[in-house]
Design a binder for this molecule. Structure first.
Ligand SMILES: [Fe+2]
Length: 245
């Protein structure tokens, strides 16, 4: 899947300077287009389960979620490695994950697991509020994103941005397209401005680092989540379930 060698140390140097780095033309575009078609048909035909959650658990079934709230509006598909489905998707992400570990050796932290996901931001509704990523106070999160859409043809306005080390807001989607990979330090604020246009919208795949523990099972995790946020999530899921009946 990776068709060109890259130098992890060069990427890391750029990230340490500005917060992000883009590796151009290193993935097979034909394979990415196959994955993209599967995702687009999945969001048309699959049943939507819970809203987007913060903490999947080991053994969970693959699922497609949709959230439309004050923080985000997106479809997110979860493709867990233990389910042995959608192998192409997981194979590509596991190769990119290996590269991420070379760029960020810190990601080899013993308690971190990763799972594969895709996100679809439909035109004229999709967005994600600005935020910083964290797993816990002592673990930094270094992310990668594989774009499966192109700004200019799939959507015209908005898209992924990062506030870089100088404080400048950089529209990443204006710099990347199919075949490229974005690496960034999740401690820099990032988000997705409302995606606008007439095509399929903005699509991406990436693997999310997490600790695979249900908040209910971990007093430490539960401490980090406010009661209000926890209850709101539970109520939202109950409401979604009720709506689908
Ligand atoms: Fe994030």
């Amino acid at each position: 899947m990776i068709i060109r060698e890259v130098e992890p140390y060069q990427l890391r140097k750029l990230i340490d300077q500005s917060g992000y780095a883009i590796a151009k033309n290193i993935l097979d575009v034909k394979i990415l287009n196959d994955i993209r078609s599967t995702i687009l048909s999945e969001i048309e035909t699959s049943k939507i389960s819970d809203s987007v959650v913060w903490s999947p658990y080991i053994g969970e079934n693959n699922k497609l979620t949709y959230s439309n709230d004050e923080f985000q509006c997106m479809y997110r598909g979860y493709v867990f490695p233990w389910n042995n489905e959608n192998k192409l998707f997981n194979n590509v992400l596991s190769e990119v994950d290996t590269l991420r570990n070379l760029v960020f050796p810190e990601m080899g932290h013993a308690t971190i697991g990763k799972y594969s996901t895709y996100s679809v931001y439909r035109n004229n509704e999709g967005f994600l509020k600005g935020h910083k990523d964290s797993i816990s106070s002592d673990v930094s999160v270094f992310q990668f994103i594989v774009p499966l859409s192109d700004k200019g043809s799939d959507f015209e306005e908005g898209g992924l941005y990062i506030i870089d080390s100088t404080g400048e807001k950089i529209n990443i989607d204006e710099k990347i397209g199919l075949g490229d990979i974005l690496f960034f330090d999740g401690r820099y604020e990032h988000g997705v401005d409302l995606v606008k246009g007439s095509g399929v919208g903005r699509i991406q795949m990436f693997s999310i680092p997490t600790n695979f523990i249900r908040p209910e099972d971990s007093p430490r995790l539960l401490d980090q989540i406010s009661t209000r946020k926890f209850l709101r999530h539970k109520i939202r899921n109950l409401r979604n379930r009720w709506k689908r009946k």
